[in-house]
Design a binder for this molecule. Structure first.
Ligand SMILES: Nc1nc2c(ncn2[C@@H]2O[C@H](COP(=O)(O)OP(=O)(O)OP(=O)(O)O)[C@@H](O)[C@H]2O)c(=O)[nH]1
Length: 242
């Protein structure tokens, strides 16, 4: 398990969670392109049955393929980032040992629904990714990731006119739901939004290195179900019940 107060010498571990298809892998690829020249990076992906996201990122050529590793999570992808994070921690620690010293390890959750959050035992900070194509009302539905992740991203703003969503309003409602925690309206076609994301990550890294960053638990996941499984919940104290 990582130390309670992260050593400024180890890499910042940044989780990226959010519903299926909102652009988590793309955002990680974007950060690799933006930061790969100046920082030593590693990536861990979580998929239910495959290593699809890792293969997609390797194929994108954004990072040395050896620095992108996959964790196969089995039926419930949330367990692996929330209740029993051992497989992910081992993957992060192996990556850090193999490519020491790393500056930043990006950990992508398996996309599933609105409830996924990382345990602070696995990541130091977390980004929750929504997209405009999921509908403008998604922000108002709330959930621990939307309300309390270190950063909320409203992604694919370039698609907003085509799906009838007011992206600035969606971002504003995100800010209102988050008591001032940051929100970035992002599109890979909007360089200023990409620069804003880059700056946010560098700021958190700087705080991590100076000992000024405290990992915050957004809170446990709400009860949810998977395509082939019953409704279940993940307890806040490491319990996992089906
Ligand atoms: N128009 C547009 N499409 C985007 C943007 N970012 C990502 N996409 C597209 O959205 C789709 C899903 O992106 P992914 O990065 O695979 O999403 P994901 O959240 O990792 O998906 P899962 O791992 O399956 O949950 C892909 O077709 C991307 O090309 C964006 O800024 N604008």
């Amino acid at each position: 398990m990582p130390e309670a107060s992260p050593s400024p010498t180890r890499a910042l571990r940044l989780g990226v969670a959010g519903p299926v298809g909102t652009g988590k892998s793309s955002l990680i690829g974007m950060l690799c392109r933006e930061l790969g020249d100046t920082l030593e990076l590693g990536v861990i992906t979580n998929d239910i049955y495959t290593d699809e996201d890792a293969r997609m990122l390797r194929a994108a050529g954004v990072l040395d393929p050896e620095r992108i590793r996959a964790v196969e999570t089995g039926a419930c992808p949330h367990t692996a980032i929330r209740d029993d994070v051992s497989a992910n921690l081992l993957a992060v620690e192996d990556l850090e040992a193999d490519f020491a010293p790393l500056d930043l390890v990006l950990v992508e959750s398996g996309g599933d629904n609105l409830t996924a959050t990382f345990s602070p035992a696995l990541v130091d900070a977390q980004v929750f990714v929504l997209d405009v194509a999921g509908g403008g009302d998604v922000v108002r539905k709330g959930g621990p990731g939307i309300s309390r992740a270190d950063l909320l991203v409203v992604n694919k703003t370039d698609l907003a006119p085509y799906v009838g969503v007011d992206a600035p309003l969606m971002a504003q409602q995100g800010r209102e739901a988050r008591d001032g925690r940051p929100v970035i309206a992002l599109s890979r076609t909007d360089p200023s939004s990409v620069a804003e994301l880059r700056a946010w990550v560098l700021d958190v890294l700087e705080q991590h290195r100076s000992g000024g960053h405290t990992p915050v638990d957004p809170g446990p996941m709400a009860p949810h179900s998977h395509a082939d499984g019953p409704l279940h919940a993940h307890g806040g104290e490491g319990a996992h019940t089906h």
